[in-house]
Design a binder for this molecule. Structure first.
Ligand code: GLU
Length: 443
């Protein structure tokens, strides 16, 4: 049975790259009806933090990627010691102070990577350095093969060693991870060899770059999954976006649910070339998902955002939120867009931006506003059709064009010069506030 794992280190938040790795493993497991293991690689006691671990688990749940089993490497130190001891006993490893090192033999190592095809590592010509960094040249300008640290000086087990012991003992069949781990693979193979464990299959996922081909930075999208959540992206939009980073269901299809992606997913169809992260595309997808989402569900998502802004208290009018969400549903990429654009519904004192005021309210319209506000005060029912009729009538009586009043009114009641239809907006805001805001503009 296929068994895969996602193995984050809780030394930082779950970022786009990690989330994509988790997702591809998850899809692989579901597609093969296998199982998905979450392994928290918390051997580095200094850098591993409980808050990062919690954030990773929360993000996985929020993304909708449940795991079948979970392990913590910090609880398995005895196991790693035991296997290191075995290698010592067999004469394959040796001690140097407290550290235990594996004797590495120069040899050619080949793996068949499910995405990249055959990869040949000439261990005599690449350096095995425990941090996985650039090859270190010796004084003759040659690379040299260094023995692999299994247990460090401080007695803690090293990443490559734990990884192999765990992957083998957990019966992981496919190791699917980022391309940044490729340089670890030959070293891990030598550890497999020494331990006499059966090899899993490997698949190294392409790197994720920004659109300019550079490293992903905070500005270009390398932010934690929890930040996307805080910005108000729907989880299914982010998941949909992540699945397109290196894979495509074929054709021009871009929007697809996780379950239909699982049906089509094949690790062999994953691209070798780096994937470019596009914030615009993520926003576009998010916009589409929000448009289609059930309004009640969006209301549930919106409540904590509104509470945080103090736009609502514990006791709130759900119907008002629902009406607002309905009106803005087609006009937001994220929930934060909603909070920003629909603020006028929830706040008492409207702040009108100076430039917007200058552009639309600089010519005195006190007389027009007063008439409109008086008429609105008497309008019954206060619905879209009736308010529009009343508005048109006022405009006709004043002998002006509707457009002369539409923008100023919108600005006076929402603080903005763009937004959904004016009469829908007026009705959403309600009679009392509309009348009050029209009467209150200081010319
Ligand atoms: N803990 C490693 C990381 O977070 C996992 C690498 C692997 O999947 O083998 O990058």
């Amino acid at each position: 049975m296929a068994k895969v794992r996602f193995a984050p280190s809780p030394t930082g938040y779950l970022h786009v790259g990690g989330a994509r790795t988790a997702l591809f493993n998850w899809m692989y497991a579901r597609a093969a009806q296998g199982s998905f293991v979450l392994r928290i690689e918390d051997t580095d006691r200094q850098r591993s933090k409980k808050e990062f671990e919690e954030e990773i688990l929360d993000s996985m749940k929020w993304l909708g990627l449940p795991w079948d089993e979970i392990y913590y490497q910090s609880q398995r130190f005895d196991l790693y010691r035991e296997h290191a001891q075995r290698l010592l006993d067999e004469g394959k490893a040796y001690k140097e102070g407290e550290a235990i090192l594996l004797k590495m033999l120069p040899q050619e190592i080949k793996i068949y990577d499910l995405i990249r095809g055959e990869i040949v590592f000439d261990t005599a010509n690449f350096v095995v350095c425990s941090d996985g960094g650039e090859p270190v040249l010796d004084k003759d300008g040659k690379t040299s093969l260094k023995d692999e640290v299994l247990i460090k000086d401080d007695g803690s087990p090293a990443y490559n060693f734990c990884c192999v012991v765990d992957d083998a003992l957990m019966d992981i069949t496919h190791v699917i991870r980022g391309e940044d781990h490729i340089s670890n693979t030959p070293r891990q193979l030598m550890i497999y060899q020494a331990l006499g464990f059966k090899l899993p299959k490997f698949a190294h996922l392409p790197l994720i770059m920004d659109e300019g081909g550079g490293r992903l930075s905070k500005r270009t999208g390398a932010v934690a999954v929890s930040d996307y959540r805080k910005q108000g992206f729907l989880p299914e939009a982010l998941v949909n976006y992540l699945m397109l980073l290196g894979w495509s269901p074929g054709g021009n299809q871009e929007m697809m649910s996780l379950s239909s992606a699982v049906e089509k997913f094949s690790i062999k169809k994953v691209n070798k070339a780096a994937a470019a992260f596009s914030m615009d595309k993520l926003k576009w997808l998010s916009n589409q998902y929000i448009k289609q989402a059930d309004t009640e569900r969006l209301v549930d998502f919106m409540i904590p955002f509104l509470k945080e802004k103090k736009y609502i208290g514990e006791d709130f009018d759900r119907q008002k939120i629902k009406n607002s969400v309905n009106l803005f549903k087609g006009r937001m990429d994220t929930f934060l867009d909603f909070i920003e654009r629909a603020d006028f519904v929830f706040i008492d004192e409207l702040q009108i931006d100076g430039d917007v005021f200058q552009k639309h309210l600089s010519r005195n319209k006190e007389k027009e506003f007063r008439l409109l506000s008086d008429r609105f005060a008497q309008t019954e029912p206060f619905d879209v059709a009736t308010t529009e009729k009343v508005f048109r009538k006022v405009v006709a009586e004043l002998g002006i064009k509707a457009s002369d009043l539409v923008h100023p009114v919108r600005v006076a009641i929402t603080g903005r010069d763009v937004g959904p239809g004016l009469f829908e907006t007026i009705v959403l805001l309600g009679k009392e506030k509309t009348v009050e805001r029209l009467a209150k503009v200081s010319w």
